[in-house]
Ligand binder design. Structure first.
Ligand code: OOB
Length: 551
């Protein structure tokens, strides 16, 4: 939907905050009217010569990042993109990622954030659902042919006109570099701060993952408040170790929180201890964020000296979140790494909880923190939405100044994913600790949390069911000592069972992100069902005893 002078661009199909709530959030000073384009402009004025981002050989000041965002916005406008257009951004942790998203914000275009691990299936879905006009991908070797995938996406999505490549382009693709120089007729957009700024993909619980629309007002509030809670300032050096298009390294407080505070973002191409610990030493990193399996890898590497001796004395805070962090591992963080631990329990839909710097050690190692905002409403309820007694476990429902009121273009799903009063049903089971913090004790949603990577069982089941030799299938989590959980596909064959390797190759061929390919395949005669006729996944799990992987 391209804007014209008489028809201002706006996105339809999203659920705005009710006016009385929006007014209350503005009144409380949470929603300030700041937009992403203005955010960078203002920080560039205040922190001009400070280093904003370090990535590989790139080292850009705030002023440079700001100028590059303008130049790229002009280039994108010359290409034909306009305010209101959606653009799928699938870039790894590079300086170009920041340049691209702020270039899009300057233009008033909406980034749609894909993870580098996403493949044709996910990218087609995101591009088609949002009617995206362009896709931005890496061109340099990443071990996967993004350029080839981009053409398959272009063939499947009629709105997708442009493929922009950060590196060497394929035929008919546009090098990002060619959009960087020269100027065109371009005035920075002044979008409505209450409107949608970008979209992100949910972990999902249904056949197709839902898109999450976030506004300038709501998201930037969570960024500023997160930076305050985490004590960021101009001396902060933050390592983006996880893929930066995910919500955790983006805004909890993430690279945006660091830019808000005038600190430096260091981009790590991968979270492995070899790369990340070397960057912590070289750049004197003070803060970083990881998922539990990565935390374990770092702890083991430091304890066993497998990456040599690294000077990690600059590191003040290790944030761990995205999945359950075992207490025994949590207790190792400070003795082994010499920094504080902060647990983070967040979700792309909004609500983020942090343990606080002044929480006692026991609270930091055994709870997942408390919400950002005094206006975050938390309800812990039973299956009938009735509050459970204080301290007992129940379903977590939430509503607040940075939690969405609905997924994008998903009215049917929204009718069950949200209460009539607008509370988001997180699908997490929590209890309140005497400290007031939340403890995540389980999960009610049909989702597998594979070391922080979320997999909707139904999405993978649909792909398995597409195989001609499969009559029925169920995908469930099985415990894993390293990842916490991994996936097992229980398959009822139609006659002769296919070979496991053939079924897995079939799934890869369907263009699914690698982390969604089942780790194990079990052939069963039938799927057990519960009293109400649903697949009894607990019984399946109990039946599965096979260790190892089928890959
Ligand atoms: C983060 O966001 P998503 O959207 O990838 O996943 C959200 C879900 C939560 O609903 C919960 O099921 C799980 O991930 N989760 C945790 C957790 N943090 C997230 N489960 C147990 N313990 C934790 N600490 O994962 C995310 C977004 C922003 C900040 C941090 C994580």
């Amino acid at each position: 939907m391209t804007g014209t002078a008489d028809r201002p661009p706006h996105l339809d199909g999203w659920v705005p905050y009710p006016p009385e709530f929006a007014a209350a959030y503005r009144e409380a000073g949470y929603w300030t009217g700041e937009t992403f384009g203005a955010f960078l402009r203002e920080r560039a004025r205040r922190f001009a010569d400070r280093t904003a981002v370090v990535a590989g050989g790139d080292r850009w000041t705030y002023a440079e990042l700001d100028a590059r965002a303008d130049a790229l916005a002009a280039g994108l406008a010359r290409l034909g993109l306009a305010e209101g257009d959606r653009v799928v951004v699938q870039l790894p942790n590079t300086a170009a990622l920041l340049e691209t998203v702020f270039g899009l914000f300057r233009l008033g275009a909406l980034p749609v954030y894909a993870l580098p691990a996403h493949r044709r299936s996910e990218v087609v879905h995101m591009a088609a659902t949002t009617g995206a006009a362009a896709l931005v991908i890496p061109g340099s070797p990443t071990g996967f042919d993004h350029r080839g995938m981009a053409e398959e996406v272009r063939a499947a999505v009629p709105s997708l006109t442009h493929v922009v490549v950060d590196g060497d382009p394929g035929p008919g693709q546009v090098p990002l570099d060619s959009l960087r120089s020269g100027h065109g007729p371009f005035t920075p957009a002044e979008p409505d701060p209450g409107g949608v700024a970008f979209l992100q993909l949910s972990g999902g619980t249904t056949g197709l993952p839902k898109l999450i629309p976030r506004t300038h007002d709501d998201y930037l509030y969570s960024v500023r408040a997160s930076a305050d809670i985490c004590g960021l300032d101009t001396g902060t050096v933050y390592l983006a170790a996880l893929p930066a298009t995910h919500n955790f390294p983006m805004s909890s407080p993430g690279f945006l929180g660091v830019l808000h505070a005038g600190g430096t973002v260091v981009m790590s191409p991968d979270p492995g201890p070899g790369t990340a610990l070397a960057l912590i030493e070289a750049e004197r990193v003070t803060h970083t964020a990881v998922v539990p399996p990565v935390a374990r890898l770092w702890l083991d590497a430091v304890e066993h000296g497998s990456q040599g001796t690294r000077d990690l004395s600059s590191l003040r805070v290790l944030q761990v979140g995205g999945a359950a962090f075992a207490e025994e591992t949590a207790r190792r963080v400070t003795p082994v790494l010499g920094c504080s631990l902060q647990q983070v329990f967040g979700m792309a839909e909004g609500l983020v909880n942090y343990t606080r710097a002044d929480d006692p050690d026991d609270v930091v190692t055994t709870t997942q923190g408390r919400p950002i905002s005094p206006h975050d409403e938390i309800r812990i309820v039973d299956d009938q939405d009735r509050p459970v007694p204080e301290g007992e476990s129940g379903h977590l429902l939430t509503r607040g100044p940075y939690t969405i009121r609905g997924y994008y273009r998903a009215p049917e799903h929204n009718a069950t994913a949200f209460t009539p009063g607008g509370f988001y049903r997180t699908g997490d089971i929590v209890r309140r600790h005497p400290s007031g913090n939340l403890v995540v004790t389980g999960r009610a949603k049909e989702q597998i949390n594979r070391g922080g990577e979320k997999i909707a069982a139904a999405e993978v089941e649909n792909h398995v069911l597409a195989h001609p030799a499969v009559r029925d299938a169920a995908v469930a989590a099985v415990p894993d000592p390293f990842l916490g959980e991994r996936t097992c596909a229980y398959v009822v064959p139609r006659g002769q069972a296919p070979a496991r390797s053939e079924l897995l190759a079939f799934l890869r061929g369907r263009g699914l992100a690698a982390y969604k390919i089942p780790d194990l395949v079990e052939f069963v005669e039938e799927l057990p069902s519960t009293a109400v006729g649903k697949v009894a996944k607990r019984d399946l799990r109990a039946a599965s005893t096979r260790p190892g992987s089928d890959h």
